[in-house]
Design a protein around this ligand. Structure first.
Ligand code: NAP
Ligand code: HSE
Length: 428
């Protein structure tokens, strides 16, 4: 009889429980597809007494995930705890050095320590698989490393955080505030243990760093990403964007330019009728452009128990079939150091500022923009309340550097209250 592939699972939260459910429910299907049984041998989490809604009694329990990783009776260590350091890093390292392959959903760990871990894996003749780390249930890592391996990839972009997309689309549809939406995201199992990683754009930037590495053959370079979260987006911005034919999305873009690797994760306005503009709820979308294929668009659920566990199991099945691919699609030693470049391509920008009720205030704003070299395409001022009026401006194409110069001027003037909001308008 063919030997079973034996799993040790560390982390029995949203994703871990989802994986246990699939292994139990689909045992026959998994065996038929991979040619061998897939079994869970041992599990680990913090609280052995928690009711997780699934039977764990037939699996050995390890309180320490490093002890689980070191067990002789597992072939694959499945890391589903999260966190860029601590037990996740220690146990993945232990698994690799004790001869196990690793499957993880942990984008933070790989975005920060991916190069080092990839080198460790190769030195031990093992592999690290991480389909679930990027865009939940969408098989985007497989698409980039395998299906599109014959392409020179020119650009990768997309919406990669289910929580942010859920919040932004529900704000628009239901006029709901942040807090209520947070609770809904928690119920759906979308949130990171620290939800600031979600709304601060950091989680999505971790994912972009991983995609960039595979796409452009560079070491994961999280520090080179320009990151902005969605915390500053107000219902006013959402309404005004809709009024002008746009939706606000937390959009990630990575592209190789003559100046280096541009990577940015920030809220942008995209046309309402574009595929990205129409993306609702926790759905993710990744757009990949290559010299031969031109453009591929992948869309699907970006978070939650079922979709994320589905991606973990895709990796487990590949290991059961004996598929060995280097972590970032090529040997770790051949990955180049990325040269980060600040976003250089000009784009129109949406600006919102609170204008004080003073004679000549609007003229001062126009002069500051003009002096900085920013040209106004459209402008609208709303009624004053409590001595300020919202002013919305859409600029003609300008570079971020030029715009930042104008923003400094607006910040310094005595006619603008608070920080202006500036969002790039992306033609996608
Ligand atoms: P979660 O629900 O918070 O579960 C985390 C699990 O890890 C819990 O079972 C927890 O134990 C266990 N754990 C934490 N620290 C531990 C330690 N020191 N020793 C042993 N076990 C420990 O998290 P999740 O949502 O399943 O996410 C897990 C990973 O998948 C993260 O890397 C996350 O970024 C990634 N991911 C999640 C999603 C999603 O939709 N949720 C999607 C894609 C990727 P207790 O239960 O006993 O507290
Ligand atoms: N917190 C993440 C999200 C989970 O909302 O997309 C999936 O990575």
């Amino acid at each position: 009889m063919t030997q079973a592939l034996r799993l040790g699972i560390a982390g029995l939260g949203t994703v871990g429980v989802g994986v246990v459910r699939i292994v139990r429910r689909q045992a026959a299907l998994l065996h038929a597809r991979t040619g061998r049984p897939i079994e869970i041998v041992a599990v680990s989490a913090r609280d052995p007494n928690k009711d997780r809604g699934v039977s764990l009694s037939e699996y050995a329990w390890e309180t320490d995930p490093v002890a689980l990783a070191n067990r002789d009776d597992i072939d694959v260590f499945v890391e589903l705890m999260g966190g860029e350091n601590g037990p996740a890093k220690a146990s993945v390292e232990a698994a690799l050095s004790s001869g196990k392959d690793v499957v993880t959903a942990n984008k933070a760990l790989l975005a920060i320590h991916g190069q080092d871990l990839a080198e460790k894996a190769e030195a031990s003749g093992r592999v690290i698989r991480f389909e679930a780390a990027v865009a939940g249930g969408i098989p985007v890592i497989k698409a980039l490393t395998e299906g599109l391996a014959g392409n020179d990839i020119t650009r990768v972009m997309g919406v990669m955080n289910g929580t942010c997309n859920y919040i932004l689309t529900r704000m628009q549809a239901q006029e709901l505030g942040y807090n209520a939406l947070f609770d809904e995201c928690a119920q759906l199992g979308y949130l990171e243990a620290d939800p600031n990683l979600d709304v601060g754009g950091i989680d999505a930037a971790h994912k972009l760093a991983l995609l960039s590495s595979i796409a452009f053959g560079t070491k994961p370079n999280f520090d080179g990403i320009e990151i902005e979260g969605i915390q500053q987006i107000s219902l006013d911005d959402i309404h005004q964007a809709a009024d002008m034919g746009y939706r606000i999305k937390l959009l990630g873009v990575a592209q190789r330019t003559a100046r280096g690797l541009e990577q940015r994760m920030q809220p942008c306005l995209v046309p309402s009728d574009s595929p990205l503009g129409q993306l609702e709820g926790g759905t993710n979308m990744v757009v990949i452009e290559g010299d031969a294929v031109e453009q591929v668009v992948l869309r699907g659920p970006g978070a939650g128990e079922g979709p994320t566990a589905s991606a973990v199991m895709g990796d487990v099945c590949d290991l059961a079939r004996g598929l060995q691919i280097p972590t970032f699609g090529r040997p770790a030693a051949s990955l180049e150091e990325a040269t980060p470049a600040r976003t250089g391509l000009p784009a129109p920008y949406y600006l919102r500022l609170a204008l004080l009720d003073k004679p000549g205030a609007l003229a001062k704003v126009a002069a500051i923009l003009g002096d900085a070299g920013v040209s106004i395409d459209r402008m609208r001022q709303y009624a004053h309340s409590e001595n300020t009026a919202p002013v919305l401006i859409v600029t003609h194409k300008t570079t971020r550097t030029t715009l930042d110069h104008a923003l400094e001027g607006l910040h310094a003037t005595d006619v603008v209250s608070g920080e202006p909001v500036a969002l790039r308008i992306e033609q996608v």
